[in-house]
Design a protein around this ligand. Structure first.
Ligand SMILES: NC(=O)c1ccc[n+]([C@@H]2O[C@H](COP(=O)([O-])OP(=O)(O)OC[C@H]3O[C@@H](n4cnc5c(N)ncnc54)[C@H](OP(=O)(O)O)[C@@H]3O)[C@@H](O)[C@H]2O)c1
Length: 322
């Protein structure tokens, strides 16, 4: 496992980040512990979570993934300074008008709840899960800056921000001399390129923002488990994969990745991860394995380096219209 600086910061994170959206959804606590242990043993030092994971599951209050991570840290005596914990704030954690958003009011309440569930004293990377059009950006940044000064947060990042909002935030930090987003967590993979590449990529490059793409395997589509004409595999993600990627472009991308995978004798997912890692803007794709076998497969993506020709073939198959 290699370690890369998170954007312009001195913080070193593993070139794969372990996502935890599946904890409390498609992976129960004991499986979550197994996945966390195996990932940590393989050298992953970067864990991504969010307060709302996985609140969409019936009867689940949210905060479940954070709680599992907190229990894992204690149960296995994981040295706190050896894991970089990234969590997020913004999504609804209750029904009240202030139970969500990026107001100072909600951030101050949400950070305490995340720290309590994670059972830690500080969060390494605190991310705005998506923008909040109803809160002035200056208010959000000032609150996050205060958390850094209070020692509760080390770095701050954004997720799902369009380019203009990210720029607005960077300029607001500069103008107000307060902490600035150091990373962006975009939806970005071989089959979903336009959202990041159209404008965000240039902002990240210009300002040295670390890029930690989520859904690097397109929710499972880029593993090769879905094939044209075949019945859907058992997966809670299957309908979404079908809706988004079962089309001519999707199958062409899969075909191009499959060809390279066959040449190397590796899985399609490894090729899809290697394509992201070949992009110098990408710091660390966030994988979301649901089983140990999936984790082991995904880990192989870190060791695969594509040639320029292979990368071009994938670029061409997945090209988006301007
Ligand atoms: N910021 C945001 O808004 C946001 C949004 C989404 C995710 N995230 C973060 O990104 C992380 C990863 O997202 P993601 O889960 O969408 O990532 P992904 O890597 O695109 O999809 C992961 C899913 O693909 C399937 N899979 C993975 N490896 C496989 C293999 N070798 N063989 C067959 N199936 C395989 C599994 O689903 P099944 O086995 O169930 O089919 C697995 O749960 C999340 O955990 C979360 O931390 C952030």
């Amino acid at each position: 496992m290699e370690y890369r600086n998170l954007g312009n910061t001195g913080l070193k994170v593993s070139e794969l980040c372990l996502g935890t959206m599946q904890f409390g959804w498609t992976a129960d606590e004991s499986l979550a512990f197994e996945i966390l242990n195996a990932a940590f043993d393989a050298g992953i030092n970067f864990i991504d979570t969010a307060d709302i994971y996985s609140r969409w599951v019936d009867g689940n209050p949210g905060g479940v993934a954070e709680t599992m991570i907190g229990k894992w840290l204690k149960k296995y005596n994981i040295p706190r300074h050896q894991v970089i914990i990234a969590t997020k704030v913004r999504g609804p954690m209750g029904k009240g008008p202030n139970d969500e958003g990026l107001s100072r009011y909600h951030i101050m309440q949400a950070v305490e709840a995340s720290l309590r569930r994670l059972d830690i004293d500080y969060i390494d990377l605190y991310q705005a899960h998506w923008y909040d059009e109803r809160t002035p950006i200056g208010e959000t940044l000032r609150a996050l800056d205060d958390l850094i000064h209070q020692g509760k947060v080390r770095y701050i990042g954004a997720s799902n921000y369009p380019a203009w909002r990210l720029l607005q935030a960077l300029w607001a930090s500069d103008k107000n001399s307060c902490a600035s987003y150091v990373s962006l967590q975009p939806h970005y993979n071989l089959a979903h390129r336009k959202e990041f590449e159209r404008e965000l990529a240039a902002v990240c490059e210009t300002y040295g923002i670390g890029v930690i793409p989520y859904s690097p395997l397109a929710g499972g589509f880029l593993t090769g488990k879905y094939q044209p004409g075949e019945s859907l595999p058992a997966s809670v993600r299957a309908d979404s994969a079908k809706r988004r990627y079962f089309n001519e472009r999707g199958w062409a991308i899969l075909g191009a990745a499959q060809k390279i995978a066959t040449e190397y004798g590796v899985s399609v997912s490894r090729v899809a991860l290697a394509w992201l890692l070949a992009n110098p803007l990408v710091t660390s794709p966030i994988i979301g394995p649901r089983t140990i076998a999936q984790l082991e497969d995904n880990l192989g993506g870190a060791g695969l380096r594509l040639s320029d020709e292979e990368k071009s073939a994938l670029d061409e198959a997945s090209m988006w219209e301007k």
